[in-house]
Design a protein around this ligand. Structure first.
Ligand SMILES: [Zn+2]
Length: 360
């Protein structure tokens, strides 16, 4: 490895740790990369930003990666993602242990030696709002806003087209990409440039929330219900049985009433059980949705249940993050949920289930 590559990998590792905190990503969300003219190093799929080491990054041949965009792509979604997955694996340089993130081709499209992608809560208060696009144009005129697109290769192709149009119109490539109901990409030629750009975005957003009178920490909707919590946990256990081996909870809050982003769907499921909890209400939910609830929004508080303690904890974290997104979106015209088609795509997505397996 050249001295330049070693230095780039050290710097992207430091950035991954800085932006791998819970206000930027949860679970295996987000990804980072660095590049030279012939190689792109990307976070492996299913790993966490906070735990990355320089050796963990997957080295991908830049030429073969850009060849993806010239490939004959099958129209069917699962055939398409499979073809892209195989082509991406073929572009991986020997010696890498992991599989490149599904967003790797998108990192290749962005100019800049470093790219950091997160699902920051303060950003998603904007991306998950009805007025998100308008507010983005006012707050960040230099940003490239992208309307919601299915993740995976469809998103990469869409962003590539938008980046080309932006570059042609403005004479320079975008360094800030904001994705509706998803998150943010920041690119730059130095780690310092990434830090400065991110800090400016967060400062602008904090100021916008302040002006709108929206607090940036979660407002509880009622005081914790004390002893009633144990009773609610018992009712969840009775209704779900063994799958509720682990039940975690938080004080009552105004939780999401639909799917916000792919990560929220993957970790907390698209819909929560709302209202008082009983065996009948849980059975009715399962019948309507086709799966048992993982998150419960009850008068006693917010609950998450799963056979795996880490899955339960992550589901609660995503539900709390989603509640804050709902609150923040008030600053930009109110929350915008994903529609049924977008939701179904994520629910059926093989790549996401792979990631969930890795992270869980
Ligand atoms: Zn993402």
């Amino acid at each position: 490895m050249t001295d330049e590559a070693t230095r780039l990998l050290e710097e992207i590792t430091a950035l991954s740790h800085e932006f791998g905190t819970t206000d930027h990503v949860l679970g295996g969300g987000g990804n980072t990369s660095c590049k030279t003219t012939d190689t792109l190093w990307i976070k492996p799929s299913g790993t966490r930003l906070s735990g990355l080491t320089p050796e963990a990054f997957v080295a991908v041949d830049a030429d073969r990666l850009s060849g993806l965009y010239r490939m004959e792509i099958p129209p069917d979604a699962s055939a398409r993602e499979e073809a892209v997955k195989q082509a991406m694996l073929a572009a991986v340089r020997p010696g890498a242990a992991g599989r490149p993130s599904v967003e790797t081709p998108l990192h290749a499209v962005l100019d800049g030696r470093f790219v950091v992608h997160t699902h920051a809560t303060l950003v998603n208060g904007l991306t998950c709002a009805h007025g998100g696009a308008d507010a983005c144009e006012k707050l960040f005129p230099e940003a490239l806003w992208t309307p919601y697109t299915d993740p995976g290769f469809t998103l990469c192709v869409d962003v590539r087209r938008r980046v080309e149009a932006y570059t042609a119109a403005r004479g320079r490539a975008p360094r800030l990409l904001i994705l509706e109901n998803h998150g943010i990409f920041v690119s730059g030629d130095s780690a310092e440039e990434i830090r400065t750009r991110f800090a400016a975005v967060m400062d602008h957003l904090r100021e916008a929330y302040r002006q709108a009178g929206v607090p940036i920490t979660l407002r509880p909707s009622a005081p914790p219900a004390g002893a009633a919590v144990a009773d609610a946990v018992a009712r969840i256990r009775t209704a779900l049985g063994a799958p509720a081996a682990e039940v975690v909870h938080a004080p009552p809050c105004r939780a999401a009433e639909g799917p916000l982003t792919p990560d929220h769907i993957v970790y907390a499921r698209s819909f929560f059980h709302h209202g008082p909890i009983s065996a009948e209400s849980v059975a009715a939910f399962a019948k309507k949705r086709g799966y048992p609830p993982r998150v419960f929004v009850a008068p006693e508080g917010l609950f998450a249940a799963d056979v795996n303690p880490r899955t339960a904890r992550l589901a609660l974290d995503l539900a709390l993050d989603g509640a804050l997104v709902v609150q923040l979106a008030d600053a930009f015209g109110g929350v915008r949920y994903l529609d049924d088609r977008a939701r179904a795509f994520i629910e059926n997505w093989e790549v996401e289930s792979y990631r969930q397996k890795q992270a869980g």
